[in-house]
Design a protein. Structure first.
Length: 266
């Protein structure tokens, strides 16, 4: 138990550093959310208070979700071997190069797909979509600061914590015995992968409402697909090879979305 708590503290510290690095990005995008919050309270919330409160919230949630992942992942066959070896100062296992490249490629392809879908479909069906996004346009270096926050913190919460929990809960109900071993059916992992991706997407609805002025069907689809589609691949890599591959894929996607694509001349 002491060792598991230590691992969670490590993850909490890493999350804290990732959050601090992402503060320029948060300052750029948090305006609508702060305005919406101030409409609900008597005492106005300052930007500093919002950033501090959000940071505390994310670190605590990540700590708790990390505990879930640390405790339950061995019970459901999900791995984080390279990170564990790093924490324990042991010899790290070799990376599976084909899967590592698949993770990177998925980060690129999923981002390009979402970007094209946004331009061809959502931008035409959400009122003032293009104008709002142009107003929120940010310097390239600001977008770059969120790569670690998204790639690490969100994977610890959504895949390591939530996906692991869903697999464990479903396995308790549907586990079957085969050759005197307990085997979890692939569909259990897929339900967990899809479920975690949907939860992550729904978690962005409030922000979308404040930015685009409501939760129309097109806004909901934009948020769910935009934030959930790539997560299907992240979950797959976590299942098949380990949390590290999901983190690499997510960081690649964020690098593409917030740095590479904004620099393209079109």
């Amino acid at each position: 138990m002491k060792r598991k708590l230590t691992y969670s503290l490590y993850f909490g510290v890493i999350t804290l550093f990732a959050y601090v690095i992402s503060i320029p990005y948060l300052l750029h995008v948090s305006g609508p959310t702060i305005e919406q919050l101030n409409e609900l309270v008597d005492t106005p919330i300052t930007t500093s208070q919002y950033i501090l409160g959000s940071g505390i919230n994310i670190v605590l949630i990540t700590f708790l979700f990390s505990m879930i992942g640390i405790w339950l992942s061995p019970k459901v066959g999900l791995k984080w071997s390279w990170i564990r070896a790093l924490f324990d100062k042991q010899v790290k296992p070799r990376w599976d190069r084909p899967f590592l490249w698949m993770a990177v490629v998925w980060g690129v392809i999923s981002t390009v797909f979402i970007t094209l879908l946004t331009a061809l479909v959502f931008a035409k069906n959400i009122p003032n979509f293009t104008e709002i996004n142009e107003e929120m346009d940010m310097p390239w270096w600001v977008g770059l600061t969120t790569v670690f926050q998204g790639g690490i913190s969100e994977e610890l919460m959504m895949r390591f914590g939530l996906m692991t929990l869903i697999v464990w809960l479903l396995s308790k109900v549907f586990m079957r015995k085969r050759e005197k071993r307990e085997v979890i059916s692939p569909w259990v992992y897929w339900i967990a992968i899809i479920g975690a991706s949907l939860v992550f997407g729904f978690g962005h609805l409030s922000l979308a409402q404040s930015v685009y002025g409501g939760n129309s069907l097109w806004v909901i689809l934009y948020v769910l697909i935009g934030n959930g589609f790539a997560g299907l691949g992240f979950g797959y890599f976590y299942w098949k090879r380990g949390l590290e591959y999901a983190i690499v894929s997510h960081m690649t996607a964020d690098l593409m979305l917030h740095f590479v694509i904004p620099l393209l001349p079109f």
